[in-house]
Design a protein around this ligand. Structure first.
Ligand code: SF4
Ligand code: SF4
Length: 538
């Protein structure tokens, strides 16, 4: 069996003069394997998968993928030659179930079918799924795309617990909290949360996850989440999605959380006998400082007051070729400190060496309707050092305002790194990227910073990413919007302090090296707390 997908946005038959139709060997035998009706249409039954049309199409508009023989039941297809989802994640009462998989593999499609936003194909479904889909359960759904929320509609105790205040304009993180609060305020049998941690700082992530655990313990819950440490913390079981991004996705059988996440990282699903990728994903969490000798910036003790907010930063040095991670809640002075470094504002007390900065902001607003290839540098160094490792070529022919969140993130990172600067400041580079892309980002950033003899400051909220990428951490504490204090400390100390603030203990999973949350009150949890080792690397 094979699946053909045509990207209608790219298919331009007038420009290519129906090329694919003319080169297809089945069409040459007078069969109608490819026809043109506004754009190309491929008959999957006639197609032999020779790949000629895929290679010849000048706009990269065709994908043809052979699927495994046993693929399961078709749940939803967006149309002829469009993405198809097979099998279904069935919720379970009293369990939080995670959906894990790459971007474009069907997680949001599955959630939308569950939410009733997409119609399932009921024809050849197993009875258990048909009964489930026809059931009259009530549901509450937090979609990936956020909407404005009226605070008066929210449950008062949730408003209190999440410190929600009424105001005119909300940031992306605040809007995410409001959308989650609205979802939890509704009484329902089934709760669906699509990427609840996007835009949230580390502290808010933990608060939200604790709220989900406590409020929804007797409910059916399905959560899509890319942050592995969070997923491990909340999910009892997981469905793993595999297939070919943008072409088809298959929902696996249900795995216990530990076994499922490890199988995903190992790249092999034992129950399905399916290999996801050749290499295993493992985490090197040695957290060595590994500092280079050349200093880039030195600063004395710094003080800066802005309105009612006061920031204090302890004296420090930042080195060339160093990657400095940043941990701290929002509104704690991170942007203020970056503006001080960029010499955009002056400190009230203290001195900072001057450096040039290239900045990738947290929120990306694509308002350009031209193609990606029109706005990227045309130099060979950009192509070799940045575009090639980030696989940017696949986006060249796409319109900037039509890129997905992950694609836009990749473009913004590439443009930031393409500028000449001493210091690259990337605010939340992992937002909207899947697990594979996050780990790729770590390797690419390390290589680029080394090659450019530059320095990077990475503000992110994914503990795995921070522990992998950071030589040291700029650690912020204080009261958001009131006062912030920051200091550069070793990565381990920062992560340990962070977990201690939440009274949560993590240990390393021996098989994959990833962080695993200890069950609250378990023997390991108690032992680690007794010796104040909230993060155990043993
Ligand atoms: S798929 Fe490619 S080759 Fe076929 S008509 Fe469209 S643009 Fe031309
Ligand atoms: S892959 Fe299929 S549609 Fe494309 S040229 Fe070959 S037979 Fe024709």
């Amino acid at each position: 069996m094979r699946i053909a997908v045509i990207d209608e946005g790219r298919c331009e038959p007038k420009k290519c003069q129906d090329l694919c139709m003319n080169v297809c060997p089945r069409n040459k035998l007078d069969e109608e394997c490819i026809k043109i009706d506004g754009c190309a249409i491929i008959d999957e039954q006639l197609c032999v998968g020779c790949g000629i049309c895929v290679n010849r199409c000048p706009f990269g508009a065709i994908k043809i993928v052979n699927t495994p023989e046993k693929i399961g039941s078709l749940i939803h297809r967006y149309g002829e030659n469009k993405f198809a989802l097979y099998n279904f994640p069935v919720p379970k009462k009293g369990n939080i179930i995670g959906l894990v998989g790459r971007n474009g593999i069907g997680k949001s499609t599955a959630i939308k079918v569950l939410a009733g936003e997409l119609k399932p194909n009921l024809d050849d479904l197993p009875t258990i799924i048909r009964v489930f889909l026809k059931g009259d359960r009530t549901l509450s759904y937090k979609p990936q795309v956020l909407s404005p929320v009226n605070v008066d509609e929210l449950d008062k105790s949730i408003v209190k617990e999440l410190n929600i205040t009424k105001k005119d304009n909300y940031s992306g993180g605040e809007l995410q909290i409001l959308n989650i609060a609205l979802c939890l305020s509704k009484e329902a049998d089934l709760y669906l949360l699509d990427e609840p941690s996007s835009y949230l700082d580390v502290i808010s992530r933990m608060k939200v996850m604790n709220l989900l655990k406590s409020r929804l313990k007797d409910k059916e819950v399905i959560v899509v989440e890319h942050d592995l440490a969070l997923l491990d913390y909340i999910a009892d079981e997981v469905y793993l999605l595999y297939g070919s991004p943008g072409v088809y996705g298959v929902v696996s059988t249900l795995y216990p959380s530990l076994r499922g996440i490890n199988s995903y990282l190992n790249g092999y699903l034992p129950a399905e006998n399916v290999r996801l990728r050749r290499e295993k994903i493992t985490f090197d969490l040695s957290m060595q400082e590994n500092l280079k000798i050349d200093k880039l910036i030195s600063f004395t003790n710094i003080e800066k007051k802005q309105g009612d907010f006061r920031l204090r930063v302890k004296r420090g040095d930042i080195y060339k070729k160093e990657i400095l991670g940043v941990i701290g809640p929002n509104a704690i002075g991170k942007t203020t400190f970056m503006e001080l470094l960029a010499n955009k504002i002056k400190a009230d007390k203290g001195k900072i060496d001057k450096v040039s900065i290239s900045y990738k902001p947290q929120y990306l607003h694509p308002d350009y309707s031209g193609l990606v290839e029109d706005i990227i540098p045309k130099t060979s160094s950009f192509r070799d050092q940045i575009s090639y490792p980030l696989h940017l070529e696949t986006l060249y022919k796409k319109r900037v305002d039509e890129l997905s969140g992950g694609e836009l993130q990749t473009l913004a990172i590439a443009l930031c790194l393409s500028k000449e600067a001493d210091l690259y400041l990337l605010d939340e580079p992992s937002a909207f990227l899947d697990i594979e892309h996050r780990l790729q980002l770590v390797k690419i950033l390390q290589r680029i910073i080394e090659n450019k003899d530059a320095t990077a400051i990475i503000v992110d909220h994914d503990l795995h990413l921070l522990s992998q990428i950071s030589n040291r951490i700029l650690f912020f504490t204080g009261k958001p919007s009131k006062s912030g204090e920051a200091e550069i400390i070793p990565t381990y100390e920062a992560l340990n302090n962070f977990l201690r603030n939440f009274n949560i203990t993590f240990r390393r999973d021996p098989e994959t090296g990833r962080f695993k949350a200890n069950k609250f009150g378990s023997q390991l949890d108690i032992e680690q707390k007794n010796i104040k080792e909230f993060l155990s690397l043993d």
